[in-house]
Design a protein around this ligand. Structure first.
Ligand SMILES: [Zn+2]
Length: 285
């Protein structure tokens, strides 16, 4: 009995630890609203996102077998997407839906020399545009990929300098410096390009972060469909999760960086074709 309790407690702790590991681990529904776990004494310390230049980093964390997420991946939002007006129904008023019937694709944690080109090829083949949420420190080495994104009509989003999951808890000055540095790296790669969006690492929004993002003229971008592709569940699951939880107006979160994204890359053609046929795919404005 006692041993069983301890095992259960250990399992619970492990699950908690795992769910706190990846940059974008949680479904939209269970990340509300303050990923800001201040005061949570039992909060596990997220691993440091490594500073690897190619994005092969701490995001590449798979849960051990048996440790399942507390909620099924890809859980749709409880409320239907807002109709019109950009769908600012995410945590702390962030954008969660497109505001129209068509869905939007977003790819995080790139640019990555292996996976980003594959995703770009798939988008090109399907004739659709996506939004890429870029990590600042990876841009210089892959400026050509950022240039290609822009040349092929995709939208850009600042995803912070080095994916610090606790960035939102820092001072406004520190947050601003991080975001500005990232925007400058993007602008250096593609002079004059617009960067209309910012997405918090891990979706860890705080009001200080939202304030800075807004002051810098960017829109805080969340999502409403998260297939948890970061955990490498395989292409079939990624596809099924997206198809099972997408709604009209969904913003779909996937990853083209942060680890081995072969599953995402394999899933992409099918996911893109399905979403395009069912809802249409729109580029965020
Ligand atoms: Zn991320």
């Amino acid at each position: 009995m006692r041993k069983r309790t301890m095992v259960a407690a250990a399992f619970a702790a492990l699950t908690l630890l795992v769910s706190g590991c990846a940059p974008t681990t949680r479904t939209a529904t269970h990340r509300l609203p303050t990923a800001d776990a201040s005061g949570d004494t039992a909060a596990p310390k997220p691993p440091k996102h490594s500073d690897g230049p190619d994005g092969s980093d701490g995001a590449d964390v798979s849960p051990p077998s048996g440790a399942t997420p507390t909620k099924p991946p890809g859980t749709p939002p409880k409320k239907p997407p807002a109709s019109g007006g950009g769908g600012m129904s995410g945590p702390l008023g962030t954008q969660r839906t497109t505001g129209v019937r068509a869905v939007a694709l977003t790819f995080d944690d790139g640019p990555h020399p292996v996976w980003t080109p594959k995703v770009l090829d798939d988008l090109k083949a399907a004739g659709v545009k996506a939004t890429f949420c870029l990590i600042g420190q990876q841009i210089k080495a892959h400026a050509d990929l950022v240039a290609r994104m822009v040349r092929e009509g995709h939208q850009l989003c600042n995803h912070s300098w080095k994916h610090d999951l606790k960035l939102g808890k820092k001072s406004e000055a520190e947050i601003r410096a991080d975001l500005v540095r990232t925007n400058q790296a993007i602008e250096k790669a593609v002079p004059g390009v617009k960067i209309p969006y910012f997405r918090a690492p891990g979706g860890n929004w705080t009001s200080a972060m939202i304030k800075v993002v807004t002051e810098l003229g960017m829109t805080p971008l969340h999502w409403d469909v998260d297939p948890q592709d970061w955990a490498k569940p395989g292409a079939t699951k990624i596809t099924n999760r997206v198809e099972g939880s997408a709604r009209a107006g969904s913003i779909v979160l996937m990853h083209d960086g942060g680890g081995d994204r072969s599953g995402t890359a394999t899933a992409c053609p099918q996911v893109i074709a399905w979403l395009k046929k069912k809802y249409g795919i729109v580029r965020l404005a």
